[in-house]
Design a protein around this ligand. Sequence first.
Ligand code: ATP
Ligand code: MG
Length: 409
Amino acid sequence: MGSRVCLVHYHEIGLKGKNRARFEHILMDNLKAALAAFSVATIVRISGHILVTFSVSGQAEEAYPLIARVPGVARVSLAFHTNREPHEYCAAAVRALAEVGEFASFKVAAKRSNTDYELTSIDLNRQVGEVLCEAYPDKKVQMHDPDATVHVLVVQGSVYVYARSERGVGGLPQGSAGKVMTLLSSGIDSPVATWMLARRGAVPVPVHFSGRPQTADTSEFLVRDIVDAMAPAVQIGRLYVVPFGDCQREISLACPASLRVIMYRRIMYSVVERLAGLEGAKAIVTGESLGQVASQTLENIMAVNEVVELPVFRPLIGSDKQEIIARAKEIGTYDISTQDAPDCCTLFMPRRPETHAKLDAVHEAWDMFDHDAMIDRLVENVEYVDFHSPCYRVPKALSVHHDDLMPAH
Ligand code: ATP
Ligand code: MG
């Protein structure tokens, strides 16, 4: 009957011309890391797919939904691997079709990647089709838009047969683009924004601003849970934590209440840009969505954005909350994000924050406290926690001056 294997399909990587081999290798490394808890036997390229085999039976079935969540995977199929004996691959086709659940119509789609096999794909379609018609006499063969398709892929020495196949998250393998710093709160939006950049091949390096010591450290644990929830499909190597409570207090004493939130944000962006310099990250990512809350008006975004030179990406700027919630549920962060945690957002919040900040007033408030010294201090006291990830490289500057950074407790 043949053993069970996962066949990974990718679209966008296939389009990348000369880069293709590099992208495939990154995807293979990421699959290996994502499947670390399984007994993977091999991960190899075969004829436009990546084949994952396991040394323990039953694991292909278990790993299949996880593989679908790895960035760069357009589709994953749960296949039977057989030799080239017709009775073997035809029997596998009968089993494969039984796995798709309810169906009324089907077709066979055979493909030969080696022309050394005596049957053409048309012959194969007919041969396997006849066996399936006998096995499922009440089902209809239908070429256009059938309920189920049995794929038969003939490669050198082997045949892969599958009907069960699931769409993956798509995108590009993580690590194929550079690093980005993401402003990660324990809210619903920024985990989704972080995930979206990871799906485009970036390596997100999240930075969380905690209200500590003015608040408890609950939000820090939630953010760690968020990183864990995205793993192992999406991998984050390091999370920075900035205890921000005392600085917020200082700002709240020095500046007009209505501009506090903008001051907090300007400090956050500045600190993150400094960390980006150390990390070699080329952009900053936030979870802002236009008009969602007071701080996310065009005027306020501009008033914050002007303190940094790096591009700031806001992948959710045009998304509705419902869409963001649906994605947060899919990636497994929603239940964590809806837990209550005091973080720096809720700390010293003015009753009426400015919604349409005037730049003159913003600049005046910015000079009411020593913002440069504050940024220096926050960067010096940044903490971090490391997670295992093959995509993330510890920055050189930090591995030399690691005394500056304390691992988060
Ligand atoms: P989220 O759901 O991501 O918390 P939000 O709807 O609560 O977003 P804001 O509070 O205005 O909106 O935050 C806007 C963005 O600023 C967040 O998406 C996040 O990128 C960043 N941000 C807010 N608070 C923090 C924090 N404590 N640490 C790091 N980044 C933060
Ligand atoms: Mg929030």
